[in-house]
Design a protein around this ligand. Structure first.
Ligand code: HEM
Length: 325
């Protein structure tokens, strides 16, 4: 979900002021501790504990974003507001936890807590940055955006459409397709010719009317079987000549020179289908980039919360010496 930074003034001001307030109060309290001959600020002093409690409460709130998603039905406020609070309180929790730890990385359990916290913070920031840019890039690069879940179905349809066009121009699509695929194409072709008048007008007249015309369409059938059909597979063929816009244009131009004029429109339609397949691949890749960080951020954030709770229990019951020496 996109964070609209223009509408975040209050959150930005609050986070900056709260960070400054915690750093100023920390420096005062650290000075006082040192002045009075103490061992310096730690998590177990009064102010140290206060930073820890507030910081951990914010972390727990951040973790509740997942629970809120799971129970959308409860109407617990707008998703956007939850996300804004998640991001800004998640960021604010970091200086608070640093004040709690006395700006130290700790050792053993507390060291690993800090490492996890840093990773969760960095992946969260990465997520926000990706969510700002990737949808914009997608809009520029992909003309007909499909929902991610629909992509396999759309690819299947592209392949069938290309096969139907080829079958209309060439009589059939040859022996490389299995019987079930041939049957499917014949069925779709008959359906399209029956229902789609535009399609009927365009392609019925391209059907070969003589043995010579059938022969003239052979390069199209070969091109479909050798290049188009494999390229329109659900598993993307990135090494295909059709995978790159410029190379594909050159290949289509070449095939056009091998075909009679009456088949040029069909070839252009097939080129459009291949371009759509290429764009679906770009969309798939961008979708992956957009969500890959979540596979780190979400599980590690739950691990961080669980280990932090363990740390709280151990510190409360006075066993910190056992684990943290
Ligand atoms: C205190 C530590 C944090 C914890 C425990 C935490 C936890 C989580 C969890 C559990 C989710 C998944 C929610 C779901 O199931 O969909 C999530 C998503 C997310 N987090 Fe965090 N997070 C923390 C800090 C941050 C920070 C500092 C940022 C950014 C600066 C951030 C940005 C995000 C974003 C953008 C999402 C995805 C929201 C969406 O689906 O659009 N998180 N976080």
């Amino acid at each position: 979900m996109l964070i609209e930074f223009k509408k975040q003034r209050n959150w930005i001001v609050f986070t900056i002021l709260a960070t400054i307030a915690s750093l100023v109060s920390y420096s005062y309290y650290a000075d006082e501790m040192l002045k009075h001959g103490g061992k310096g600020p730690t998590g177990s002093t009064g102010p140290g504990l206060a930073y820890g409690i507030v910081g951990f409460a914010m972390m727990i709130f951040c973790g509740l974003l997942g629970a809120r998603r799971a129970v959308r039905i409860w109407r617990l406020g707008r998703a956007k507001d939850w996300l804004n609070a998640h991001v800004w309180l998640g960021l604010l929790a970091f200086p608070l936890i640093l004040c709690h730890s006395g700006f130290l990385m700790g050792h053993e359990l507390t060291f690993w807590l800090m490492v996890l916290f840093i990773i969760v913070e960095l992946t969260g920031i990465l997520g926000v940055v990706l969510q700002q840019y990737i949808p914009k890039i997608m809009l520029q690069m992909v003309k007909n955006e499909s929902t991610f879940e629909q992509i396999p179905e759309v690819i299947q349809k592209l392949k069938i459409d290309a096969a139907v066009i080829t079958a209309c121009c060439c009589g059939n699509v040859g022996g490389k397709l299995n019987a079930a695929q041939q049957e499917e194409i014949e069925k779709k072709k008959a359906e399209k010719l029956k229902k789609d008048t535009e399609f009927k007008e365009k392609y019925a007249k391209m059907a070969p009317a003589s043995a010579d015309e059938e022969k003239a369409a052979i390069p199209l059938m070969n091109f479909f079987l050798d290049e188009v059909e494999p390229f329109l597979d659900p598993i993307y063929k990135s090494d295909s000549k059709l995978a790159e816009l410029r190379k594909a244009a050159a290949v289509f131009n070449h095939v056009q020179t091998l075909l009679p004029q009456r088949l040029h429109l069909a070839l252009t339609e097939i080129q459009g289908l291949c371009e759509e397949r290429r764009q679906l691949q770009i969309q798939t890749r961008l979708h992956l980039y957009l969500h890959a960080w979540e596979y780190v951020h979400i599980p590690l954030s739950y691990l961080l919360l669980a280990l932090s709770a363990f740390h709280v229990v151990i510190a409360t019951f006075g066993y910190s010496g056992v684990l943290n020496k």
